[in-house]
Design a protein around this ligand. Structure first.
Ligand SMILES: [Zn+2]
Length: 281
């Protein structure tokens, strides 16, 4: 009986650590790639975004996801009729493994230029903890633009989640209709984050406040993010039908999401002020 209990404990512990490493089940789950609007496409997994911007001079990819997701991303690019080898520029939402651990491999395989917000460059180039590291070719600053083949993206510094967390915007031409796309870098406070007394990131709370100000100022038609679950991707996908309105055009959803994340942040900040030394759960 003791042996069985011990075995069960070991199995449960192992399962818990595997689950923690995998995040949620949708992280590595395959879904068919699809057009968001105009020349902007989703080639990521069921939850982790990889955006492809197709231009006459090659493609831009935003994010790589984990290294293990790369075969799936390449397959999705193929399925849409594009070529992975046409990737000219690689960008990222922020320097966390679920979005950028594979960017170095992508860069090696395609010869594309990696462009990263200044305050995330050190994390992008660092190795360890499942990160192979990647040399940054162009250091971006708040408000910088990235242009290729007539498409222009703007890098908005939205710090807090990471120091160089980046919200990407672009005006998408969708059959002559101009749509403002906003790809939120992150507005979430992860478990384990100290908003008060954070020695590695003393200005973290002020940075989050700056981020909410920026997000509230951006005009948004196409509401997008680093994770599909940020903007209800899996609920919206079945509504994407020819002849029906594009469910990803959701300015009200964007406003509500930003307001909800700001309220969650403010609540957590107040809680930590009252409970010093207790990180976000
Ligand atoms: Zn993150």
């Amino acid at each position: 009986m003791i042996k069985r209990t011990l075995l069960l404990t070991l199995v449960l512990t192992a399962t818990a650590s595997v689950l923690a490493a995998q995040g949620n089940a949708d992280f590595h789950r395959e879904i068919p790639p699809f057009k968001v609007a105009g020349n902007l496409y989703w080639v990521g997994t069921a939850d982790l975004s990889v955006y492809l911007i197709n231009t006459p001079q090659g493609n831009i990819l935003i994010n790589s996801d984990f290294q293990e997701d790369l075969p799936l991303i390449k397959k999705n690019i193929d399925k849409l009729g594009f070529k992975y080898s046409d990737t000219k520029i690689i960008l990222a939402s922020h320097a966390h493994n679920d979005h950028d651990a594979g960017v170095g491999i992508m860069k090696k395989e395609t010869g594309a230029k990696l462009m990263i917000m200044d305050a995330d460059v050190a994390s992008t180039e660092a190795t360890g903890n499942g990160r192979p590291g990647a040399k940054v070719d162009r250091v971006l600053h708040d408000g910088d633009t990235v242009e290729l083949g007539g498409s222009k993206l703007v890098a908005h510094l939205t710090p807090g989640h990471t120091k160089g967390c980046t919200t990407w915007t672009m005006v998408v031409d969708d059959n002559g209709k101009k749509l403002n796309a906003v790809i939120i870098g992150s507005a979430n406070v992860n478990a384990g984050t100290y908003l008060v007394g954070n020695k590695d990131y003393p200005q973290i709370a002020d940075d989050y406040m700056k981020t909410f100000k920026v997000l509230k100022s951006l005009p948004c038609d196409l509401f997008l993010g680093a994770h599909g679950n940020n903007f209800g991707l899996l609920a919206k996908l079945p509504k994407m039908k020819p002849g029906s309105p594009n469910p990803l055009i959701d300015p009200a959803g964007y406003k509500a999401y930003v307001a909800d994340r700001e309220a969650a942040f403010t609540k957590e900040l107040e809680r930590q002020k009252k409970n010093p030394g207790s990180p976000a759960a």
